[in-house]
Design a protein around this ligand. Structure first.
Ligand code: MSP
Length: 478
């Protein structure tokens, strides 16, 4: 049997500021999916990284009074700390300033676009939003400002290389309609198809070196550097060795039908139009799936310092621990729509679902086992219940988690209804078998918890194997 492969990427993050809850969400959602595939015994590769060749980073380093390289190392170090605290099991962290790992592939891809006749130079005049790292039209402005960033765009007149994206409109459209390039959920598929219906415009793919100040030099033209998005999108294949060392690239991209990008809704156009266009032009296979999640708000509003509603992932992690944060993000944020997180709701959910729910159940069952069984229950292998598997296959990690918690609830009920603590006094054999059943059920729940709450899952299975009540998994918070 040939082994199934699964390649998953997160967006690469701009290291101009620390990561927030939205970034923690993208990464946690990704990690849950990768861990699920690992449990299915697929061979997985999980990529994340940072998008460093941008003006934002230069500006942020300047504001911090640091050399860009020093500034970047500091921020990227913090990204990795946050990912460690969230237990993100990535295989590689790519940095687009990495001249050994990223640049050769970005240049090779550029050369393919040139060979296809898809890059041409043209004078361009327009408005540029540094927040988006993209050109913006007059029409999109509100009171002269970018509505997303609240900043005035720069007026730019310069020579750029343009990518003939317009040429690929039909091909991309057909691949999205047929789901050869699957955009999930359907609302996002419709959104991108509506854009494709209007026809794609050619896009600027380079900036003059003096204007961009950082970036990968355009091969054969030292006066230009690659445009941020052209450079950034290519990370998904350069990290695997495209244009440099083919082993991982062949295994996880070229010959792997199951490759997916997880992204937020604001960067759909780049991933579902520009990136497929680049790949088609270069003759490189397209990703199979783009999963597009929504935005996290707090109290229904965008998190912002002025509103004082920012919930910082580091603070939550310090207070509640890794698995509590993973749990909230997995279960209480829909991967397909905008989701909300407030401290109050987080605490309520923590106490109800984790302290009273899972924590209490594991401790009740293992207390019974420890007191009444002479040795550990030999847990039998059980397949994933179809409800759980079905939800996971559709990337509905919130529904999968909801199902696990419904099993937690029924198991709680089963203890009350079968009352093994009473039965054991009158019929010890029957009592023991009831308890062994509970442990068996707990083990199945534990298996489903692995992708969601890996540390807790490990603690519970260790407790089962040692026939011992686990330490207090989720202490109540007042
Ligand atoms: N560097 C680009 C991505 C390049 S990928 C080739 C970028 N970086 S980012 O740091 O601004 O954003 C990274 C991801 O975080 C994006 O998927 C974005 O959608 C997501 N989020 C940013 N704010 C968010 C929320 N408030 N909620 C959920 N996700 C959000 O874009």
């Amino acid at each position: 049997m040939t082994e199934k492969k699964f390649y998953l990427t997160t967006p690469i993050f701009y290291p101009n500021a620390k990561l927030h809850m939205g970034h923690a969400y993208t990464t946690t959602l990704s990690d849950v999916l990768v861990r699920y595939h690992k449990l299915k015994k697929d061979k997985t590769y999980f990529l994340t990284g940072s998008d460093e060749n941008t003006q934002k980073v230069v500006a942020a380093a300047k504001a911090a009074g640091q050399e860009p390289a020093v500034f970047l190392d500091g921020i990227v170090g913090n990204f990795k700390k946050l990912f460690a605290a969230l237990d993100i099991s990535y295989d590689q962290f790519i940095r687009t300033t990495d001249e050994q790992l990223h640049w050769p592939g970005a240049i090779a891809l550029w050369n393919k676009l040139v060979a296809a006749g898809d890059l041409y130079k043209k004078e361009y005049e327009g408005l540029y939003c540094v927040g988006h790292e993209a050109f913006i039209t007059e029409k999109e402005l509100v009171d002269g400002l970018c509505p997303d960033h609240g900043t005035a765009p720069e007026h730019i007149k310069e020579e750029n290389y343009f990518f003939r994206l317009s040429r690929y409109t039909e091909e991309i459209r057909n691949k999205i309609i047929s789901d050869e390039l699957r955009i999930v959920p359907a609302t996002r598929k419709r959104e991108i198809l509506a854009l494709l219906d209007e026809g794609l415009q050619d896009v600027s793919f380079s900036r003059p070196r003096h204007a961009a100040s950082v970036g990968i030099p355009v091969p054969g033209d030292d006066s230009q550097v690659m445009y941020v998005w052209c450079d950034a999108l290519s990370n998904y294949i350069t990290a695997l060795g495209y244009g440099r060392d083919d082993v991982l690239y062949q295994e996880f991209w070229q010959n792997n039908p199951d490759k997916m990008h997880v992204i937020g809704k604001d960067i759909l156009r780049f991933h579902a139009a520009i990136w497929p266009g680049m790949l088609l032009s270069a003759g490189v296979p397209l990703p199979a799936t783009i999963l597009v999640h929504g935005f996290i708000t707090s109290g229904g509003k965008k998190m912002s310092k002025t509103l004082g509603n920012v919930v910082d992932p580091e603070e939550l992690l310090a207070e509640y621990g890794t698995d509590a944060v993973r749990y909230y993000l997995a279960r209480h944020i829909s991967p397909f729509e905008d989701g909300d997180l407030t401290r109050e709701h987080f605490k309520d959910v923590y106490n109800a679902d984790l302290a009273n729910g899972l924590g209490n159940l594991a401790s009740r069952i293992m207390q019974l086992a420890q007191t009444n069984l002479a040795e550990p229950v030999k847990v039998e292998w059980q397949p994933f219940p179809p409800e759980f598997q079905g939800a996971m296959e559709k990337f509905e990690i919130n529904k999968a988690a909801e199902y696990v918690w419904s099993r937690i609830q029924s198991l709680d009920q089963q203890i009350t209804e079968t009352a093994p603590f009473k039965v054991i006094k009158t019929d010890p054999e029957k009592g023991k078998s009831l308890i062994a059943n509970l442990v068996q059920e707990l083990a199945l729940i534990d298996l489903m918890l692995e992708p969601l709450l890996p540390q807790t899952s490990l603690k519970i299975i260790e407790a089962i194997m040692a026939n011992q009540k686990p330490q207090n998994l989720f202490p109540r918070k007042d």
